[in-house]
Design a binder for this molecule. Structure first.
Ligand code: HEC
Ligand code: HEC
Length: 300
């Protein structure tokens, strides 16, 4: 805090407290021990009022409030930049609460150490905690229902960019992933891009010109097969999507395909291990796996 602002706040607080003290003194002045004074206010010809002293209990509350303010201002921040003798801050209180909650979570799920994610995902309590963790940490990108959006994969299907084994999903969430598709616009030119796009569309059974697709096939084999595979079924080691399943991360319109093929795509899944710790990442991995295993949700 700027020292000028600090001084201004300190003076404003002190003036407020002193004003309260003065108000008590001013209202009590002269009335102590005397009978109530009639005021000069008159309504309707003969209706007058008395100037009664404040009731004792009310006065005492007022004095206690003022004394409380001295104690409070000594212990807690209030006088400008003075931190108060307890050194309390909102941030330190939040950190302490967050740490306590983290420790409680560790204790609660300690029994799952060394067990598989599949076992974890069958535990209703663990999955209810994981659902909250997902809402808090993942839903901004993947959606609260985990069905994703354009550029953000759907986590409820069995179509995996990086693999759906326990190890792969844990790896994805803990270390993050970078999906990098280079752009081919300069190599292919406009017609070349059209042809390859037609070939890609036909790979997943969508309508496109057979002639263009035939022309695009040679280029696909030369430029794309290294990552997407000769049959276009993808490569999970690279995060290269399967192009034959009609599941689209970046859209399947001619415009979307042009953008993807000509300019490329870079997509980033941020790493979570450092931020959330192992127990939470394992809970989330088990939760993500349970989403594409409807048998777990169906119950007995
Ligand atoms: C900033 C946005 C963002 C956040 C937050 C985020 N993700 Fe992701 N996630 C992505 C993107 C983008 C991808 C796709 C990466 C790619 O294209 O290769 C992805 C991919 C994934 C995948 C791999 C899907 C597959 O098909 O292989 C999983 C699993 C996943 N995220 C889980 C999570 C979980 C669990 C969380 C919460 C801890 C989370 N994500 C938070 C953006 C995000
Ligand atoms: C270096 C490896 C690599 C090469 C070469 C490559 N791709 Fe990709 N491609 C990827 C990756 C990785 C992604 C996923 C990007 C992401 O995570 O967002 C991708 C995504 C795509 C998508 C989007 C799929 C969807 O679901 O929306 C299409 C279409 C595509 N590639 C077509 C091609 C074509 C056509 C070629 C050849 C001209 C090609 N790729 C060459 C790695 C590659």
């Amino acid at each position: 805090m700027n020292s000028g602002i600090s001084l201004f706040i300190s003076i404003a607080v002190a003036v407020n407290v002193l004003a309260c003290v003065w108000l008590i003194w001013w209202t009590a002045r002269g009335s102590a021990g005397k009978n109530p004074q009639e005021t000069t206010h008159v309504w309707d010809g003969d209706l007058t009022e008395y100037n009664n002293p404040l009731p004792r209990w009310w006065l005492w509350l007022f004095i206690i409030t003022i004394l409380f303010s001295f104690v409070y201002l000594a212990l807690y921040p209030g006088m400008g930049a003075f931190k108060g003798s307890k050194n309390w801050t909102q941030v330190s209180q939040w950190q302490a609460e967050d740490q306590a909650a983290g420790a409680a979570l560790e204790r609660r799920f300690a029994s799952f150490k060394g067990k598989s994610l599949a076992q974890m995902s069958k535990d209703a309590g663990a999955m209810s905690t994981a659902r909250n963790l997902f809402a808090l940490n993942c839903s901004t990108c993947h959606g609260s229902d985990a069905r994703g959006a354009k550029g953000f994969p759907n986590l409820t299907d069995k179509d995996w960019l990086w693999g759906g084994s326990e190890e792969a999903v844990y790896q994805t969430i803990s270390q993050g992933r970078n999906g990098v598709m280079p752009g081919w616009g300069e190599v292919l030119g406009k017609d070349g891009t059209d042809n390859v796009a037609a070939y890609v569309l036909r790979l997943s059974g969508k309508p496109a010109s057979a002639e263009a697709a035939r022309a695009g096939m040679a280029q696909f084999t030369a430029l794309c097969a290294a990552c997407h595979g000769a049959e276009g079924k993808g490569n999970q080691a690279l995060g290269a999507p399967n192009l034959t399943d009609n599941v689209w991360l970046h859209g399947s319109s001619m415009k979307d395909l042009h953008e993807t093929i000509a300019n490329g795509r870079t997509n980033h899944m941020p790493p979570q291990l450092e931020r959330l710790g192992e127990t939470k990442v394992r809970l989330l991995a088990a939760y993500v796996l349970s989403l594409s295993e409807p048998a777990h949700d169906a119950g007995p």
